[in-house]
Design a protein around this ligand. Structure first.
Ligand code: FES
Length: 79
């Protein structure tokens, strides 16, 4: 998994949101359950959904808290 073009360590992280936070990136988040939409990011690649993504996200975007940390994705954090 990459964040802003940098490979990150996903060991011990269950969701992509956990992995991003564990690697000290600052990303908005609230519910951690796919509802609020706060963790919306642009992404390309194969995202493995582990929870329903209910909160708003557009085409080409994911909710980090709903995707497996092991997903083969390249994420760009929306500031
Ligand atoms: S933190 Fe709420 S949708 Fe991810």
């Amino acid at each position: 998994m990459k964040v802003n073009g940098k490979d990150i360590n996903t060991t011990g992280s269950s969701t992509a949101l956990d992995a991003v936070l564990n690697n000290h990136f600052n990303v908005a988040h609230e519910c951690k359950n796919g509802v609020c939409g706060a963790c919306r990011c642009k992404a390309s690649g194969k995202a493995k959904q582990v929870k329903d993504a209910i909160g708003y996200h557009g085409k080409g975007e994911i909710l980090l808290c709903t995707v497996a940390a092991s997903s083969d994705i390249d994420v760009s954090i929306i500031e």
